[in-house]
Design a protein around this ligand. Sequence first.
Ligand code: GDP
Ligand code: MN
Length: 383
Amino acid sequence: MIESWILNELFQDLTDPFLIMALVLVVIHFGTPLAYYWYAKTQWLPKPWNIRVDGNYRPKVTVIVPTYNEAGFIEKKLDNVYQQDYPRDKVEVIVVDSASNDGTPEKVKQWSMKHPDFHVKLVQEPVRRGMAHALRTGFSYVKGDVVVITDADAIWEDPDTLKEVVKWLSCKGVGAVSCIKVPYRSKGFEETYRQYYNVLRVAESRAWSTPIFHGELSAFKKEFLEKVGGFPLGVGSAESLAAMKIAALGYRAITPDTITVSELIPQSNYVWWRIRRAQHLILHLVKTLRYLKHYNSSFKQVVLMEAYFHLINSWLFITGAVLLLYATLALRSILSSIFLALGLVLLPIRSYRVWVTNQLFLVVAQLRNLWRKELVWSKQRKL
Ligand code: GDP
Ligand code: MN
């Protein structure tokens, strides 16, 4: 008797338009990225690079380090570049400081006095206008054929990093190169996120190019950067948009898995850090859509998919969850409550938890972008 009542209820639930709608949204939400990830991993990742490299190419390289209150890191950063196994007379570092008040410029000056065999230039902006502006300023001083930008708090663990970067750039068809990122001494959330993320960046790069670059290390052929008017303003990740403008000229923008950079993860305020970065990424993808018509069909698909994942897909999840909640509470749908419970029960699975949290970051980031784009941000403390 009771069983048949329950079955009857469940059956009725199944015809509930709220529930059906919610299920469709949730299936699309989880299905598209899973399918994309699977496709990228099985079809693109094993592809040959189709890149002809010259391991002996040694162009003059200019490394731009933008700094705002990096007194705690800048010396280590300069040491890190100094320790690169690359002809010293072919490396020039430009530190662009934007009115730091913690003694960063003084540290740069002291460091360069102690290393007369290394070319370090300090450019000081009188006011802070954000990282993109600093990169733009730095670019006007560049003498090298290759421009590399890097964060003060990013560590190039491998002394052959610069060699590797120019190796990939030695190919005529490559315009820009970035890195994959490994969280420094940080397990857990960030690591899980990066595991999947890095696979996608490399797979997309092998297919042709990836639309997402990193401030921890992004390198450009200077002539192309000049052609696209240098680093763009009005975005949080100028390096990614510059790369996408170069891709629009027909040159590849890639992140090879042989270039790895360690990055420090904030110990506190992690959530806001991730939201700020999501804001930058979202803004970047919106701007990249403008170049879509210049891309080949496979890269068009990549850009459209990434734009979809960062702009639309998270809303499907939120809407689906709200509909399920409504059906559970207002319509007393048993089936809806079962699905909701399932969504919660799965939370101990780390990949799922990281995914869901990331959807919330993306939604908050989109909303925040409406009134504050975080082009000048307060620094998260990192250890
Ligand atoms: P995160 O890696 O996303 O946490 O961003 P960071 O706070 O590490 O900033 C990236 C790099 O840009 C760091 O080297 C910062 O010092 C630098 N930076 C951030 N804002 C400014 C700015 O307004 N001017 C300059 N010159 N550098 C900045
Ligand atoms: Mn950083």
